[in-house]
Design a protein around this ligand. Structure first.
Ligand SMILES: *Cc1c(COP(=O)(O)O)cnc(C)c1O
Length: 391
């Protein structure tokens, strides 16, 4: 990683040179494959991730520029992209875990990731133990001879628990496990898990990295070449490949990532703080508030606290539903990380398949609203929230 700041590195992306000049923006290479003069170069490119470009499922110059840019921001050596965040997560899991292996994962997990681990258990003979994301002693206790991998999320959804990355990754290192961290909610602007000892960082680039709610993508960034090569080879087998146009849109969005994150976090601080003082609100869950169980850890690990938060309406489910139908500016939608503020009601949407008991265990109430804060003027957002709370 160069000595320049992330704000600068995100803007100055290297472009492939042409005859005597270089395009300012990384061009879109919308091609499925490449033509060779030399059969030896063709053969060599098939076998390694850093050879000549051969075929779109193996690599593409636009996709490679994105992989290099995210690897640089995360402080990794190389990356593998996929057509969605889940594509990247499954490429890593299926590329590294085999039947008979044991996985330790944090209990609070993104829903589709939890489903992928359940699938590994039920259909592929992998066992999984769940531990709190901030309890290295519990993780150490869970290690078995056949344990292969530790899976964490830097900031979890929707209650925004923060993982003890240094403590948990140290356990993985001692036990010889591969540690994987989903860094989607923090982005490399707020957290670089490889600096805390992780081996692999995964992202849904659909969220902050692309930032404009117009593209799906995923990426895995590696601390070392051997793991990268292994997962790269498996990505070619699995075929969850990222399209060059999606890579191009993501690169374009990423140039403003540091700028957007700063505004996302500032807006969130204002909304979370004011909501915490509103009589219609029972609790606000954001690690930047001293009332949040992860506040101490977050203050130690993160320069700011992210732009997703949840709050519990005092009026329960009815109040939750009323709020959802009363907002005018915030949009009712899944996902997060785009420039526009999105809200959802977990009990009736993202977490509707959970039983009342499972809901309670994950800390979600019937009146919980999740907010993914955008980059609008914060006073416009606050005015919208106030009118919806008072509706
Ligand atoms: C959205 C998301 C994913 C899945 O990414 P997709 O691009 O939707 O496949 C994984 N992890 C986290 C934390 C996410 O927010």
């Amino acid at each position: 990683m160069s000595s320049l700041h992330p704000e600068t590195r995100a803007v100055h992306l290297p472009s492939p040179p042409l005859n005597g000049s270089t395009p300012i923006a990384v061009p879109l290479y919308q091609t499925s494959g490449f033509v060779f003069d030399d059969p030896a170069v063709f053969a060599d490119g098939m076998g390694r991730p850093d050879g000549a470009f051969v075929y779109g499922r193996l690599s593409n110059p636009t996709v490679r520029a994105l992989e290099d840019a995210v690897a640089d921001l995360e402080g990794g050596v190389a990356a593998v992209t996929a057509g969605s965040g889940m594509g990247a997560i499954n490429t890593v899991l299926f590329g590294l875990v085999r039947s008979g292996d044991h996985v330790i994962a944090q209990a609070a997990l993104y829903g589709a990731t939890a489903a992928a681990l359940t699938d590994l258990e039920n259909r592929f003979g992998v066992s999984v133990t769940y531990v709190p994301q901030d309890d290295p002693a519990a993780a150490r206790e869970a290690v078995r001879p056949e344990t292969k991998l530790l899976y964490l999320e830097s900031i979890a959804n929707p209650m925004t628990q923060v993982a003890d990355l240094p403590g948990m990754c140290a356990v993985a290192r001692e036990a010889g496990l591969i540690s994987v961290v989903d860094n989607t909610f923090a982005s490399p602007v707020l957290c670089r898990p490889l600096e805390h000892g992780a081996d692999i960082v995964v992202h849904s680039m659909t969220k902050y990295l692309s930032g404009h709610s117009d593209v799906l993508g995923g990426i895995a960034v590696f601390a070392d070449d051997a793991l990268h090569r292994k997962v790269w080879a498996y990505a070619n087998t699995l075929g969850a490949t990222l399209d060059p146009f999606a890579a191009w849109l993501t690169l374009r969005g990423m140039q403003t990532l540091p700028l957007r994150m700063a505004r996302h976090c500032d807006n969130t601080r204002l909304l979370a703080t004011r909501l915490a003082g509103h009589p219609a609100v029972d609790a606000v869950h954001w690690p930047g508030l001293s009332s949040h169980p992860s506040f101490g850890l977050a203050a130690k690990l993160l320069p700011d606290f992210g732009a997703v938060f949840s709050f519990d309406l005092a009026g329960g489910r009815a109040a939750g539903e009323r709020f959802m139908s009363s907002v005018r500016l915030a949009l009712l939608a899944p996902s997060l990380g785009g420039v526009e503020t999105l809200i959802l009601h977990p009990a009736t949407t993202s977490h509707r398949s959970l039983t009342a008991e499972e809901l309670a265990r994950s800390g979600i109430s019937e009146g919980t609203v999740r907010v993914a804060v955008g980059i609008e003027h914060p006073e416009d957002l606050w005015a919208d929230f106030v009118q919806a709370l008072e509706a």
